[in-house]
Design a protein around this ligand. Sequence first.
Ligand SMILES: C[S@@+](CC[C@H](N)C(=O)[O-])C[C@H]1O[C@@H](n2cnc3c(N)ncnc32)[C@H](O)[C@@H]1O
Length: 263
Amino acid sequence: MISGDPKLTVVGAGPGDPDLITLKAIKALESANVILYDALINDKLLKYAPINSEKIFVGKRKGCYAFQQEQINELIVARAKSHGHVVRLKGGDPFIFGRGAEEIDYVKQFGIETYVVPGISSMAAVPAYRGIPLTKRGASESFWVITGTTKSHKLSNDVALAAKSTATVVILMGMGKLDEIVSIFSSEGKQKTPIAIIQNGTTKEEKVGIGTIETIGNIVKEKQLSSPAIIVIGDVVRERVKLNSISEEIIQNQKVVSNQIEI
Ligand SMILES: C[S@@+](CC[C@H](N)C(=O)[O-])C[C@H]1O[C@@H](n2cnc3c(N)ncnc32)[C@H](O)[C@@H]1O
């Protein structure tokens, strides 16, 4: 049944900690008729949506059916026409390696109104929760944010360019290409450059490995680090601040809340 005009709002859900969502995102969820959400979305955010709204998981999880991008595009259009307001809830910020713009481009062809609500991206928030600033006076004047997995499943050529610079380098979706990344930085003589890998950042499943370009391979094996993870390379990793820490408290609170729900 249509509840209002067909409409799409692409919403950033933040990096994992459910408190890292914006007020505007919550307002969009509150007025949704249908929510299509991805794998990295914290389930707790769905509580903001009306009880009778339709919630469709369209992400990839091990052993589950994964929707293809074309199917998601078609589903958005079909549900907007039949139900009204569709919220497309995406991890972090929808315009940073999030395919948010592609979905809007597709949907616009059908004359459907489209909106975007930016989110807090994992690229900055995940390092921040570990006290790593992406820039710091005297340590880093700029940063690159690069994908480890391009459309053709290759490491972006920009990693080699970034490795030549003095900037902080942040790599998303790069765990499968870690050996290649290490060899690029080594070939620039950067074996001693600090590197941090943060898996499931800002959540209670967070795992961290910190070392240098020459030691990180062993650290990853020892700590069994894998995706989803953020890789941060540069002096800012050494310059990280000791937090005492609002993020730790939030993670602790999440544990308490989930215990309460279980009991
Ligand atoms: C398809 S990209 C989406 C990025 C998202 N749009 C954003 O702004 O954060 C998915 C990748 O983001 C990174 N990522 C997202 N959330 C993360 C988290 N909580 N901890 C570590 N890495 C995360 C990982 O590299 C993951 O493979």
